[in-house]
Design a protein around this ligand. Structure first.
Ligand code: MN
Length: 232
């Protein structure tokens, strides 16, 4: 390996259920407005082509299966929102994938939170500016351990839900996605060459809302267990 003039940044590694081996993260892509009820609550109707934004790989906040993660309340917002999402992790990639090829690229699934500085997003939308500051801040991607698709099978249906302090906030079914996970990945592969290590946040059901310091979030997706997070 070549000498480097500064230390190489550490790779982001995800825990994998049932093995000490880790999954290295390359890129994080997120699908916007992929459940009709959430699209409606954000003021949109009808089926549009999927669109994507990104988070930096080191925005991941790893949370072990039996632990409660801690998210420091991020700066420059007073409207931090939760978005519970199914996350697909790619074991292979490619360009211009068919839906069947895209499905075959999925290595595993995890529960993720697409944490969002909603006030900064609203300002960016109004000004026609990018969403990076709203979506890609430090620790904006809390993630539970990956479950290999070899064990879960393709995740096309199942309950997805989030509570805050024990109160139900988001509840939906994976089958309510506007674009299925393989469809979203296939479309994404027309924009970017996908590679092993890429993560896809697949959108959130309705019920997004604000959290404050001290709140306790519990996300749940059938077959993937729970994801616990406290806002500090
Ligand atoms: Mn989202």
């Amino acid at each position: 390996m070549a000498d480097t003039v500064i230390p190489c940044p550490a790779a982001t590694l995800l825990a994998v259920q049932g093995t000490p081996a880790r999954f290295p993260v390359r890129r994080i892509y997120c699908v916007g407005r992929n459940y009709a009820d959430h699209a409606r609550e954000m003021g949109h109707t009808g089926r549009e082509l999927p669109f994507f934004f990104a988070k930096p790989a080191d925005a991941v906040l790893n949370i072990a299966a039996d632990a409660e993660g801690v998210l420091p309340y991020p700066p420059l917002t007073s409207d931090l929102h939760h978005e519970i999402e199914l996350v697909a992790a790619l074991g292979s990639g490619g360009r211009d994938l068919s839906v069947e090829q895209a499905a075959a690229c999925i290595w595993g699934y995890a529960i993720g939170l697409d944490m969002t500085r909603r006030d900064l997003q609203a300002e960016a939308k109004k000004a026609g500016r990018p969403w990076d500051a709203a979506k890609g801040f430090d620790h904006s991607a809390p993630l539970g351990p990956l479950h290999p698709v070899a064990e879960t099978g393709p995740m096309t249906s199942g309950h997805i839900a989030l509570t805050v302090n024990g109160q139900s906030r988001q509840s939906g079914d994976l089958s309510d996605m506007i674009w299925s996970v393989p469809e979203a990945i296939a479309y994404l592969s027309t924009l970017f060459e996908l590679q092993a290590g890429d993560l896809i946040f697949t959108g959130t059901p309705a019920g997004v809302g604000a959290v404050v310091a001290g709140d306790r979030l519990e996300g749940r997706i059938d077959g993937l267990g729970t994801l616990k997070l406290r806002i500090a």
